[in-house]
Design a protein. Structure first.
Length: 169
C-alpha cells in the first residue's frame, strides 16, 4: 500500500496543473495517460498521485482541474467522465476511506470495468497509518504496492508484477 503521508509530501512539492490540451499533447507524444478516480475530499492525495506519476513520465487527469467540467454534477459531468475513462490509457482508483464510501468512485470503477481492458485498471491502495484501504479490489484488479527493495510495482491478482516505471501500453 501507499502511505497517504507520502502522497501529501508529493502534493506539497507539486506545481502540476493539467489541462485537457496537455493530455492530448501527452497522448500525441506517447506518454502514459491516466484517469484518476478519487474522492474530492482527497484532493491533496490526488495531487500527490499526479505529481508522483508525472515524475515517472505519466500524465494524470483529475476532473476538478478540467475547465470544461460543469460546476455542479449533471449528465454532462457523467458523459465527460465516461469519455476520459475510455480515451485515456489507464484507469487508476485511489483507494481511501472516502473514495470507497463515495457515490461517484464505485460508479467510475464499474464503468471502467465494462469499458477498459482489465489490465488497464489499477488500484492504488493506501494507508493512513491506522487502516489500509482498497483490499477489497486486490483480487479483481492490478494494484500498486511497494516491493521489498523500495520500488513501486504493479501486481496482478496472480501476484506477478512489473516495475511501475516499466509500465507501457
Amino acid at each position: 500500500m501507499i502511505r497517504q503521508s507520502a502522497l501529501m509530501d508529493y502534493a506539497a512539492r507539486s506545481t502540476v496543473q493539467k489541462s485537457d490540451r496537455a493530455l492530448q499533447d501527452a497522448q500525441r507524444l506517447g506518454r502514459q495517460t491516466a484517469f484518476l478516480s478519487h474522492s474530492h475530499r482527497d484532493r491533496i492525495l490526488a495531487k500527490g498521485v499526479q505529481a508522483f506519476l508525472q515524475s515517472q513520465g505519466w500524465d494524470v487527469y483529475i476532473d476538478w482541474e478540467d475547465a470544461e467540467m460543469p460546476a455542479k454534477p449533471n449528465r454532462q459531468t457523467a458523459a465527460r467522465i465516461k469519455d476520459k475513462i475510455v480515451r485515456l490509457d489507464w484507469f487508476l482508483f485511489l483507494a481511501t476511506q472516502t473514495s470507497t464510501a463515495s457515490r461517484w468512485c464505485p460508479w467510475e470503477i464499474g464503468y471502467a470495468d465494462g469499458k477498459k481492458n482489465i489490465e488497464r485498471i489499477i488500484i492504488l491502495p493506501t494507508s493512513d497509518g491506522y487502516s489500509t484501504y482498497g483490499n477489497e479490489y486486490l483480487d479483481l484488479y492490478r494494484h500498486i504496492w511497494p516491493s521489498t527493495v523500495g520500488e513501486l510495482r504493479v501486481y496482478g491478482p496472480d501476484q506477478t508484477s512489473v516495475a511501475l516505471r516499466d509500465m507501457r501500453w
